[in-house]
Design a protein. Sequence first.
Length: 567
Amino acid sequence: MNLPQIKPVGPRDAKIMIVGEAPGQNEVYRGEPFVGASGQELDKMLHEAGILRSECFITNVCPWQPPRNDIKKFFLKHTAYARIPGPEIEEGMKLLSQQIDEVKPNIIIALGDTALWALTGETGITNWRGSTLESDQNLNPDNYKVLPTFHPAAVLRKWDWRFITVHDLKRAKKESEFPEIRRPDYNFLIRPNFQTVMETLNDLISRANNPAKHPIERPENVSPGKFPIHQWWRDPQKFRVSVDIETRRGHIACIGIAWSSLDALCIPLMCKENLEGYWSKEEEWEIILKVKELLLHPNVGVIGQNFLYDAQYFAKFYGYIPNVIDDTMIKHHVCWSGVSKGLDFLSSLYCDFHEYWKNEGKEFDIAHHSEDRLWVYNCKDAVITYEVNERLNELIPQLQLEGPYTFQMRQFRPILKMMLRGVRIDQTTKNKLALELFDAIASREQWIIDVLGQPLNVKSPKQMKELFYEEFGMSIIKNRKTGAPTLNAEALQKLVTKEPLLKPLADVIEEIRSLGVFLNTFVKASIDRDGRMRCSYSIAGPETFRYASSKDAFGFGTNLQNIPKGN
């Protein structure tokens, strides 16, 4: 190839290999990787993670600079679902494979999505970052350990990713001490028989009956007699279990219960192999009663992740609310209110071992996958929630946030009662308002027909682009995030500035859109069978610690907090 090739740098016996995407102009000028602004930021983050750059072997997936620094130019096809490499990428990956064989690192840090794809075959750096993965055998027959994280260039564009990247690099430093992947030795009981379920639940109840045999360690920096108000420290003998449910078509498909960061039981309720259910009616009834005995036991404290969701199902189908003492989403929100709160993100921050697993549940297809996949996923959620909670138990007193967390958890039951009770809706007024909105939208649509001589579907991006960018010949305005042509509210205002004659049309389009949102999102929001609107309220909502509302677990309600005023 005629392009200048950038050579890798670093010792050939390095324990840590760092793989980027491709060189930029600064790298081409200097002849080595990561020497521009991204390289300088990488150096700073490596230093903060305790890694010396001089001890790392640093290279790229592709040693040639792509046109306009756009790596997609070196792919024959590059989408979210499929990537077909061009000759530059294929040749670069051959060189990368040879470098890996020569260096034999204990850990390979993949910087960015292209490096993640090249080394593991996975895509989606936001999901997979922080995971400890095996390298793709298509790249190299030997299994090397890979840890992906954000590319420094992405960090410079989105600064709040920086602390996450440093955290991932610290994990990589620990992993560099040994070449093998040390996964947790999980003990999951899936596809159990009736006797196994009952024996396990009875054993857990027995532990709760004798808490002295299973004491809960109090945090080291909290002295006896000075426990915070919250129940989980006020009663250090509380036996804790984490609980997670998986749902299907508005019903509970299985219940996962973990009593440590390694041990969990999945109790299946639905099973595609038997449409009547996993158990006989008599067996399921006994199991449900035994689960209730455990989760309402006075010595048991239930841990959950976003458990307001799960609690709706327990209340609706079983008629009780478990003894919830800790919610990891709320606890993490109190510590770091401005960052992500999903369990996968919490796992990447707090668990000793992290490997992204959420696709196992999100992509579960009952027609094509074994139920075992869902049941293992259910157990993983439960044990990871348990481990995350243990780490947060240590963090809360270190940050002196016992009081704020206690205050947040005291709201759990009142909020849940609000969700279960709902709000009574005046159906007559609701229907009258819907008709008024229909008429208001119809009158504006008729105005457009009178002006243009034809109807216009303002919800259709295709029709809107054809009208403004083709028939009117206006300059194309692109979305700042996606780069695609757009006619959102901001774009319409820019067009009106350029051509004031379009203002009446743009105003009517915005009115139709606004009225449509008011009608479909709020006035036509689903109401439960008893005529009440039930919404979900999240305690771990915005950074301001106000509640967030949305549809409930069963598809009723809406966001009641952001209803437009109208005019």
